[in-house]
Design a protein around this ligand. Structure first.
Ligand code: TXA
Ligand code: MG
Length: 357
């Protein structure tokens, strides 16, 4: 695959001034092209959800396994009726509360409304309305529901900058709308309402937290699996694949702060002797504690929102520096957005966690 990837710059603060750029990019989508675009979570790689050849081009560009279904993006709630059968009352409440925003809802698909490649043959389709002015303007310009997974090569960290997309997919996709850095930094929360409306199951934790869901539907149970349960039996098809991984070997270190630092220092020294290029990922206030080829501060102890925003860019920095031995320490909170951060970090580390006592 070697195509010219066209790049349009659109300032998210002035998306309405970028009519020409958005008409071009939207036209390309409508004609069956693949176009990457920013959302409030991460960059997505879009194609017309009804066009099987276009959707296949997404899978080819990403190297994505074909049994992993895609999220369909809409700009207007009126687009929903064509895609799915009448949503249940709880799903409706969630959409009212969080759209546009980082929540994806799995609903019964109307057969034939999207390419079977989008749903990977499931009787359901995952739908979301992104909260990003450039994404919404592009979806309107395209005039069709747009299937869009994260715009990374399969298995790599999701892209939070246009440069990440171009590094992974430049020359493999038709275009990219560059709207600068995304916001939330981790992908949307994927939910399915089950048990006749008595249960909201979080299939993938993300920007909308469990507490947010409980507040919006106080009379409904909300369950999210722990990392260990999920490693056992992934519920969302996508969650079973190796994901978000840097090229080096990443291990998470948890436990008492002082003992942990000592353990990390010893492991770094040993790896260095073995000829490894070493790296540490930690919260900003602890970067001074470590000596390694690359120490990256990502978020601060009390602020997991920042950690979410910066996590994928941080993981990519280790690759850029050719780091082979990476230790992540300082991340334990599974409260709020911390659940999504730890979910992605766990996957990036292939579930390798050391508990120092
Ligand atoms: O924030 C996001 O959701 C980003 C931006 C671009 O919108 N998109 C994204 O897409 O993360 P992707 O393809 O990387 O992840 C989609 C997730 C996968 O885990 C997939 O298995 C799950 O959603 N999914 C899609 N359709 C599903 C369905 N019908 N039932 C259950 N899970 C589904
Ligand atoms: Mg992805």
């Amino acid at each position: 695959m070697n195509v010219m990837t066209k790049r349009w710059y659109v300032d998210p603060g002035r998306a309405e001034a970028a009519e020409r750029e958005l008409a071009e990019a939207g036209g390309l989508l409508a004609r069956g092209g693949t176009v990457a675009f920013p959302t409030e979570t991460v960059y997505g790689l879009g194609a017309d959800a009804g066009n099987t050849a276009a959707v296949e081009a997404i899978f080819a560009a990403k190297g994505r396994p074909s049994d992993n279904p895609l999220i369909v993006h809409i700009a207007d709630i009126a687009q929903l009726a064509d895609l799915v059968h009448e949503p249940d009352a709880v799903s409706r409440r969630l959409m009212d509360a969080f759209w546009p925003g980082p929540l994806t809802v799995v609903l019964p698909v109307r057969t034939g409304s999207v390419s079977p490649r989008v749903t990977a043959g499931l009787p359901t389709v995952a739908v979301r309305m992104p909260d990003h002015p450039v994404a919404l303007a592009l979806l309107r310009a395209a005039g069709c529901p747009v299937a869009a997974p994260s715009a990374n090569r399969s298995g790599r960290p999701s892209p939070t900058l246009a440069e990440h997309v171009l590094g992974d997919l430049g020359g493999r996709i038709d275009g990219i709308v560059d709207g600068g850095p995304t916001g939330v930094g981790v992908e949307s929360t994927v939910v399915a309402v089950e048990a006749g409306g008595r249960l909201i199951r979080v299939l993938r934790p993300g920007g909308v937290t469990v507490a947010d869901l409980r507040r919006a539907a106080p009379d409904v149970d909300v369950t999210a699996e722990t990392a260990a349960e999920e490693a056992e039996a992934p519920r969302s098809p996508g969650m079973k694949y190796a994901h978000y991984a840097p090229r080096g070997r990443l291990e998470i270190v948890q436990g008492d702060a002082e003992k942990r630092a000592a353990w990390v220092r010893a492991s770094l020294a040993e790896a260095k002797r073995a000829g490894e290029r070493t790296g540490v990922l930690t919260v900003r206030e602890r970067i001074g504690l470590f000596e390694a080829d690359l120490v990256v501060g990502c978020g601060s102890a009390g602020n997991m929102r920042e950690a979410a925003r910066d996590l994928y860019a941080a993981l990519r920095r280790f690759d850029e520096a050719g780091i082979t031995h990476i230790l992540a320490e300082g991340y334990e909170s599974t409260e709020g957005i911390g659940l999504a951060v730890m979910n992605r970090l766990n996957k990036a580390a292939g579930h390798r966690i050391v508990r120092v006592r």
